[in-house]
Design a protein around this ligand. Structure first.
Ligand code: MG
Length: 345
C-alpha cells in the first residue's frame, strides 16, 4: 500500500525577556510574547516564530487558536509553498503574526529538505548588510548609555526612537557619544508637521539615513507634505503591513519598513520588497521584538534592502534559538540550511 507521510505542526508559547524594559512612544514592557512552531515532514523539522507586540492585538492564545485551524492533511508534501500559504491566509482575516510563524516554519522546512538556505530558495545572493541597533525611549542619559552598549556589542548603526516631548535632549545626549550612521523612528509620535519638518532638517544636517513613521499611521496627508519637503527618505512602518496597502501609501512616503510579522511571512515580504523597489521606494528590512528564529529568517532577504534593522535577539536575555551572531555589525547565520538556526537544548 502506498503511504504518504503527512506534515505535522506543533507549537508552544514562550516569553522573551528584554535586557532593558522596552518603550516606544505609546507602550513599555519587560517581556514580550512569542509562539514557537515546529513543522515536521519525514523526520525533518522546520522552525518558526510568531511574535506579538501587545499593541498590535494578537496574543499567544489567538495565535495558537489560529494555528489549530490549519489542516495539512490534503497537502502531500511541503514544496507547494504558495498553494499552502494561500490556503492558510484564507482561513481567517488578520492573524498576521500567526500566519508569519507558519510561513517561516514552512520555509525552514523546505530549505532543509532541499539543502538550501531561505535566500537560495528565492535566488537571492547573500550580501553582508550592517544592521542598526535600536535605542528605545528612556531618559536621555539612559538612552546615551544604551547607545554606548550597542557600540560595545559591535553595532555600527543606531536607530534612535523619538516621539517624546524631550526629543531634542535625547539627541543632544546621544550625539555627545555617537557620530556614526543613524536613523530615527518617531513611531507615530510627532503631531505637528511644521515641527516635524524642523526636526527633519536638523537631523538631515546630522546625516540621518532615514526617518521612520513620523505621524499617525493614517495621517497620509501630513506624511506626503513632509516627504515632499524632506531631503532624507521618510519611511512607512505602522502605515503599511501587507502588499495590498502599498499602492495607497506609496505617494506619501519614500520608503517602507517590511517586517515578517506584518507581511504574514517571507513569501509576501519578498513580493513587497520587489514591488516597493519597482515603485522607486527605499526598503528597510525590520523586525518586531523577536528571537533569532524570525530575525534569522528575515536576514536572508536583507541583501535586497537599502537598510537593515534586525536587532531583536540582541535586546533579549533568553533567546531560545542558537546559530545567529553579529559579525562586523552584520547578522550572520550558521551554514545550516533553511533559516540557519536551531532550538537550544
Ligand atoms: Mg518602526
Amino acid at each position: 500500500m502506498h503511504y504518504i507521510r503527512r506534515m505535522k505542526l506543533q507549537f508552544h508559547p514562550f516569553d522573551l525577556q528584554f535586557i532593558h524594559p522596552f518603550t516606544v512612544s505609546v507602550h513599555s514592557r519587560t517581556t514580550t510574547p512569542i509562539v514557537i512552531l515546529q513543522l515536521e515532514h519525514e523526520g525533518i523539522v522546520g522552525l518558526g516564530e510568531s511574535s506579538m507586540p501587545p499593541y498590535l492585538g494578537e496574543t499567544q492564545q489567538s495565535v495558537m487558536r489560529f494555528l489549530s485551524k490549519i489542516r495539512l492533511e490534503h497537502f502531500h508534501n511541503p514544496f507547494a509553498i504558495e498553494e499552502i500559504l494561500s490556503y492558510v491566509d484564507a482561513i481567517d482575516d488578520g492573524n498576521n503574526a500567526a500566519k508569519a510563524g507558519f510561513d517561516i516554519a514552512l520555509h525552514d522546512l523546505v530549505g532543509k529538505l532541499k539543502n538550501q538556505s531561505i535566500g537560495e530558495l528565492y535566488g537571492i545572493k547573500p550580501e553582508q548588510k550592517k544592521t542598526s541597533f535600536t535605542i528605545g525611549i528612556d531618559s536621555p542619559e539612559k538612552m546615551a548609555l544604551k547607545a554606548r552598549e550597542g557600540m560595545e556589542m559591535g553595532f555600527e548603526i543606531l536607530k534612535i526612537k523619538l516621539g517624546t516631548n524631550y526629543d531634542q535632549e535625547i539627541l543632544d545626549r546621544i550625539f555627545e557619544i555617537w557620530n556614526g550612521p543613524f536613523s530615527v523612528d518617531a513611531n507615530q509620535g510627532w503631531n505637528n508637521k511644521e515641527q516635524a519638518l524642523d526636526m527633519t532638517l536638523q537631523l538631515a544636517e546630522k546625516g540621518v539615513l532615514f526617518i521612520e513613521q513620523p505621524f499617525l499611521f493614517d495621517h497620509l496627508t501630513d506624511a506626503t507634505w513632509l516627504s515632499e519637503r524632506s531631503p532624507v527618505p521618510i519611511v512607512a512602518d505602522e502605515s503599511i503591513k501587507r502588499l495590498v496597502q502599498l499602492e495607497a501609501i506609496q505617494n506619501a512616503f519614500s520608503g517602507i519598513n517590511v517586517k515578517l510579522m506584518k507581511s504574514t511571512g517571507i513569501s509576501e515580504a519578498y513580493r513587497m520588497i520587489i514591488e516597493a523597489k519597482k515603485a522607486g521606494l527605499k526598503v528597510v528590512t525590520g523586525c518586531m521584538a523577536e528571537s533569532s528564529c524570525a530575525v534569522g529568517a528575515m536576514s536572508h532577504l536583507s541583501s535586497l534592502a537599502d537598510w537593515t534593522d534586525l536587532d531583536g535577539p540582541f535586546l533579549m536575555k533568553n533567546d531560545p534559538f542558537q546559530g545567529m551572531t553579529l559579525s562586523d555589525g552584520c547578522i550572520q547565520v550558521s551554514g545550516l540550511n533553511g533559516i540557519g538556526v536551531a532550538l537550544k537544548n
